[in-house]
Design a protein around this ligand. Structure first.
Ligand SMILES: [Cu+2]
Length: 197
């Protein structure tokens, strides 16, 4: 009996750390804290593990109004959905609720800003392509334009590197060792109880 107890202790100590590591968000589009100049039509959130298909999210404006999101789908580690309203300027929070690979429900949120291009600025009509003058310095060059252009780009770059990271992490951190340990513990416990009789 003592041996069995000792074995149980050893097994508990050996329990892999990933038993305690819940799924977490790694990437998103729009990116966390990003400022986008076009209303996003689609939002996607990527996690460090695959997630259950019952996972969902909602988009809430800064005054607490929930924005319509349709076609929420889960593709392995990515949760995404279509934003059917054209989001106006402001801050939005994406509140996600998922069930991770380890079966645990996890929730969290992040926010992004929408700052649409100024309404006074006319969009160049597409049919005058050939006639466009080479230089149209209508917008006074300040420091701001560069700033608003960056977030979208960095978001894309992040997404790509994030994908690589995830595949690497997934293969080196599988769930089955944890399941195996739980199975062994169960067998040992049953065995110990039988011996007691
Ligand atoms: Cu967990």
């Amino acid at each position: 009996m003592k041996k069995v107890l000792m074995l149980l202790c050893v097994l508990f100590v050996l329990m892999p750390m990933n038993a305690f590591a819940h799924s977490k968000m790694t990437e998103s589009s729009p990116a966390e804290n990003a400022t986008v100049t076009e209303a996003p039509e689609r939002i996607s959130i990527t996690f460090n593990t695959s997630i259950s298909s019952i996972s969902t999210f909602k988009v809430v404006s800064e005054n607490g109004e929930e924005q319509p999101v349709e076609n929420i789908t889960v593709d392995n580690d990515t949760l995404s959905g279509d934003v059917t309203a054209s989001l106006a300027d402001g801050s939005y929070s994406v509140e996600w609720k998922i069930v991770g690979e380890d079966g645990h429900a996890v929730e969290g949120s992040y926010s992004f800003q929408v700052e649409l291009a100024e309404a006074g600025e006319p969009t160049p009509p597409e049919n005058t392509e050939g006639e466009q003058p080479e230089t149209t310095p209508e917008v006074e060059p300040t420091n701001e334009p560069a700033e608003s252009a960056t977030p979208t780009e960095t978001a894309d770059a992040n997404n790509q590197t994030g994908d690589d990271e995830q595949t690497a992490e997934k293969s080196s951190n599988p769930v089955w060792p944890y399941i195996l340990v739980v199975a062994i513990v169960a067998v040992v416990v049953v065995f110990a109880m039988r011996k007691r009789k």
